[in-house]
Design a protein around this ligand. Structure first.
Ligand SMILES: Nc1ncnc2c1ncn2[C@@H]1O[C@H](COP(=O)(O)OP(=O)(O)O)[C@@H](O)[C@H]1O
Ligand SMILES: [Mg+2]
Length: 207
């Protein structure tokens, strides 16, 4: 059962957005997916409440319960687990990384965010888990900014996901209504980016 941890020491980098979109992609791919929300602010769980009966299932747990919560999801038939974490959540992030098969690190391509990436790189240094920075909320026509940001990430020893999310209204508009970008704008650019990311994730998840 692939377990994907979404971590970043910076608030507002897109952890919850990435979590919701990946888990929902799994659902549309016909898989039973569970989101485990370890953030005390419980944003992913609130999204789950707004979503109502529609999948994926969202459960909350404090970091010390993460192992047993992942196990319960597995016993319940989950085929994909996505773990959302808080910013500055050292215990939650470390535990999520420990249990993960793949770690994704959403990051904006801006100076303060890249600075915060150092702390996350430190967390990954001893983890020996596949980990990729996913640039998020990238402005239009920012290819130079993106290249420089990718070099910064690589200089910290992190790999960079070839897919990034642009700064797109569909991401925040959909989250506020318990939906995902693909549901409110199926033919939009955000939907295309989500599909590309989900396809790429299949190529890097350990078999
Ligand atoms: N690619 C994007 N384009 C536009 N808005 C985004 C994008 N990614 C995230 N957001 C918005 O930015 C805010 C912070 O994102 P969120 O996923 O909650 O970050 P985190 O969980 O890391 O704190 C939210 O309001 C979200 O809707
Ligand atoms: Mg969040």
């Amino acid at each position: 059962m692939p377990t994907i941890a979404i971590v970043s020491q910076k608030g507002g980098s897109g952890k919850t957005t990435l979590t919701l979109h990946l888990a929902t992609s799994a659902v549309y791919a016909g898989k039973q997916a569970t989101i485990i929300d370890t953030d005390p602010q419980a944003t992913a769980a609130a999204w789950g409440d707004w979503r109502g009966e529609f999948l994926p299932e969202v459960v909350t747990c404090p970091p010390v319960r993460l192992f047993s919560t992942v196990e319960r999801a597995r016993r319940g038939g989950a085929e994909v687990v996505v773990i959302d974490t808080p910013p500055h959540g050292d215990t939650a992030s470390r535990e999520a990384v420990r249990l993960a098969d793949l770690v994704l690190i959403p990051t904006k391509a801006r100076a303060f965010d890249l600075h915060a990436l150092e702390a996350t790189a430190g967390l990954m240094a001893y983890a020996s888990k596949p980990a990729y920075v996913v640039f998020n909320a990238v402005p239009a026509r920012a290819s130079r900014m993106l290249e420089e940001a990718a070099r910064s990430a690589q200089s910290l020893g992190l790999k960079v996901c070839p897919i990034h999310f642009g700064e797109r209204a569909a991401f925040h508009r959909s989250s506020g209504t318990g939906e995902v970008a693909t549901e409110i704008e199926p033919d939009g650019k955000a939907a295309g980016e989500v599909a590309a990311l989900w396809a790429w994730v299949q190529t890097v998840l350990p078999a």
